[in-house]
Design a protein around this ligand. Structure first.
Ligand SMILES: CC(C)(COP(=O)(O)OP(=O)(O)OC[C@H]1O[C@@H](n2cnc3c(N)ncnc32)[C@H](O)[C@@H]1OP(=O)(O)O)[C@@H](O)C(=O)NCCC(=O)NCCS
Length: 177
């Protein structure tokens, strides 16, 4: 079950059928899709419906809608919950540059570490994705070396960085200790 998490500006909640219009509008932006491994481009109604229909069907995965009060503005996924979880995220372009992802991902990671016996979380970001690498660094992720990300939208594999976050580092950063 997807918990509801709140931050000063955002709510993280389970995506629902009523998110479909915002999802299609924001996810169909190539500048969003090209940085992601699994987001198709163009992003069609059936892509959106298939994603929403799959929510909650895999116990190893949790998906959150990021909601600023006006509706869905992006998403965060946690995959591989039975091993080292992997976080993925995106924001619609109108919502970039406001520090939203650090706030949203911080809440999701806090909820994950509080609710499960997880030692580490993994993330991968393309080397060219400076904004994402900065978000990861601010959350306490350590760059542990080169990796690759295959972008479905581009049909290309790009150089990337593999990053790991451990529980102690995250809590130290979040509590300012
Ligand atoms: C990556 C993404 C989630 C960042 O979220 P965000 O909330 O907009 O991030 P912020 O606005 O807090 O920016 C993070 C930092 O990157 C910097 N930044 C943003 N774009 C940049 C760019 N093109 N070049 C250099 N720095 C950049 C910001 O100035 C900020 O730096 P600061 O923390 O020192 O002020 C968002 O841009 C996005 O969804 N992009 C498309 C999908 C994607 O890339 N997902 C991640 C895949 S790994």
């Amino acid at each position: 079950m997807t918990p509801v998490l709140r931050t000063p500006r955002l709510t993280l909640r389970r995506p629902t059928g009523s998110d479909i219009d915002r999802l299609l509008q924001l996810a169909s932006d190539f500048e969003v899709a090209r940085m992601l491994e699994r987001m198709p481009h163009p992003y069609t109604l059936s892509d959106g419906e298939a994603w929403l229909a799959g929510i909650g069907s895999d116990p190893r995965r949790t998906d959150f809608a990021i909601d600023d009060g006006s509706g869905l503005i992006g998403g965060i996924s946690l995959r591989g919950l039975d091993e080292t979880p992997v976080i993925g995220y995106w924001l619609g372009r109108p919502y970039w540059g406001r520090g939203y992802m650090r706030e949203a991902a911080g809440a999701v990671l806090g909820g994950l570490f509080d609710s499960r016996d997880v030692a580490q979380v993994e993330a991968r970001a393309m080397t060219e994705n400076t904004a994402s690498l900065k978000v990861l660094a601010k959350l306490g992720f350590e760059d542990v070396g080169p990796a690759e990300c295959t972008s479905t939208a581009c049909g290309q594999t790009r150089p990337a960085r593999r990053c790991l976050l451990d529980r102690a580092t995250f809590h130290r950063l979040m509590t300012g200790a």
